[in-house]
Each structure stands twice: as C-alpha cells, then as structure tokens.
Ligand binder design. Sequence first.
Ligand SMILES: NC(=O)c1ccc[n+]([C@@H]2O[C@H](COP(=O)([O-])OP(=O)(O)OC[C@H]3O[C@@H](n4cnc5c(N)ncnc54)[C@H](OP(=O)(O)O)[C@@H]3O)[C@@H](O)[C@H]2O)c1
Length: 277
Amino acid sequence: MTTSKTLGTGPATIPSLGFGTFRIPGAEVLQILPHALNAGFRHIDTAQIYGNEAEVGEAMAGSKVPRNHIFLTTKVWVEHYRADALVASVHESLRKLRTDHVNLLLLHWPNANVPLTETLEGLNAVHQAGLAQHIGVSNFNTQMMEEAARISTAPLVTNQVEYHPYLNQDKVLAAARQLGMTVTSYFGLADGTVVHDPLLQAIGQRHGKSAVQVVLRWLVQQPNVLALTKTVQPARAVSNYQVFDFELSADEMASIQALGAQHKRLVSPDGLAPAWD
Ligand SMILES: NC(=O)c1ccc[n+]([C@@H]2O[C@H](COP(=O)([O-])OP(=O)(O)OC[C@H]3O[C@@H](n4cnc5c(N)ncnc54)[C@H](OP(=O)(O)O)[C@@H]3O)[C@@H](O)[C@H]2O)c1
C-alpha cells in the first residue's frame, strides 16, 4: 500500500503514519526526530501544549529532509480559542516551528466556553491566510464533528482521537466517512500495552512482525484512518515505520477490530473531554 492517503472529499494528502511528540521533552525531541525522519516518517505531530514546538522546528531545520517533504501538524490549545487569540497563537507556533505554514492545524479539545463559530472563524482565517494548509479538530464527538463541519468554510480534514484495538470507534469512523473526513488515531498502541497481547503477537508471528507493527498496520490499512506513534527509542522508530511491506487478511483485521468491545478509554481529562459517543 502507498504510505499516503488522499481524502475522499477533502483536498489533503497526508502520510498515513505520523510521528507523535506528546510527552517528549524538547531535548529528547532533538535526539529522536532525526532518527524518525531517517526511518521514513514524513508526518510529524506536535501541539502548543506539548511545549516542544521550538525543538520540533529546530530538528526539522537541521534535517536534510526538505520542509516541503514533511507534513507538519500542530494543535491550538483551548485557552486560545477566541478568534484573535487563536490567530496570535498560530503566529507564535510558526515562529517556534521555524516555518511559514503548518500542513495541518487542529483544535486540540472542544471548549464550550467559546462559541464554536468564533473559534472556527479564527481557524478559517489562518487557513485563508495560508498559515495552515489544512484544518481539523481533535477529541470532538460526532455531534461536534457535524456541527463544526457545517460551520467551517474550509473542509475539516480530520478528527484526531484515541483509537486502538481496545477502543471501538465505529461511530466516529462512520461520521467521518459521512463528512468526508479522516480519523487520526492517537494512543494507537494503547500507551504501549499492545505489546503483551497474545492475539496480536500470534498474528505478528504469521507475518514475521511484532504486535506493535500489527497494530500500526491494522490502523493504516483501514480506509480513512491515519495513525500516530511515538517513541524515544531510535530502534523502535525504525521498526514502527516498517508496516508498509505486509498486509493483514480480512479475518485478521476483523479479529483485531473485535477487541474493541472492551471499550477501554485511556484519555479523558476532566474539564476537557466531551460526552464521548
Ligand atoms: N490529540 C490529542 O489529544 C492527543 C492525545 C495523545 C496523543 N496524541 C498524539 O498521538 C501520538 C501518539 O500517542 P502516544 O505517544 O501517547 O501513545 P502510543 O503511540 O499509543 O504509545 C506510545 C508508548 O508506546 C511505547 N512504544 C512505542 N513504540 C514501541 C515499540 N515498538 N515497542 C514497545 N513499545 C513502544 C512508547 O515508549 P518509548 O517512547 O519508550 O518507546 C510509549 O510509551 C502522541 O505522541 C501525540 O502526537 C494526541
């Protein structure tokens, strides 16, 4: 399979597997990002709240991989959702990231204290100005996705949500399909716990792959699904990217999907999380 996905009704081509930088302090970003780029990653995910945009920018600037070969995502933090604050915060992100645009700009979590119309006005303004090539949301439930898609002038290309074998996301996937959006999986490895799963290990053995590679493959093999993965270990950055040289059977895909009945949600911070579907 190709390593990029073009969206159904949207204009974006996004590398299917991105390198996440949540919980990687700046100094470690400087160490690991060159390894991730060497391993083949061309999609980097950061956020204002991660506190490492400057180091992501520094690592990209120091890399031999040209900026226009990297799909860069950042996320606006909820405290910057008033339209003026949002625009100012994006200028600040771009300064830290040492670039004149990001490829994708997301609203990190919903924020009921600011009308969605105002926040989307800001998001569309930065898109219109060319500061963000594409825009989208994160941690939105299906009702919020529909509302945001209705309000936004520019297409919303993704909803980035927790999605791993132990959390069924059929409703979000169906809504995304309906709206011509992708779903971007975060915590795809269920915070690393998938390594111990006997089913995933058994499937991996059949393909000469690890449980982690099976999960990342399961994610990127689904239509309209993109995946993020994070590691601070160079060898894992290499192996995590080696998921484009094998294919899971329909039965294998279905047996992994069935684990989702456990409905184990790991990320649901008080004060931020919406009423999940
Ligand atoms: N939008 C949001 O609200 C949101 C929330 C959470 C995350 N995200 C994004 O999604 C990205 C991915 O999520 P995540 O980083 O938290 O979780 P994850 O990918 O599910 O899990 C990362 C954990 O798995 C371990 N790991 C990675 N590769 C491994 C391998 N080959 N074998 C064994 N263990 C392995 C890592 O440890 P080591 O580092 O020690 O290898 C780390 O502890 C984030 O970095 C971030 O960009 C977004």
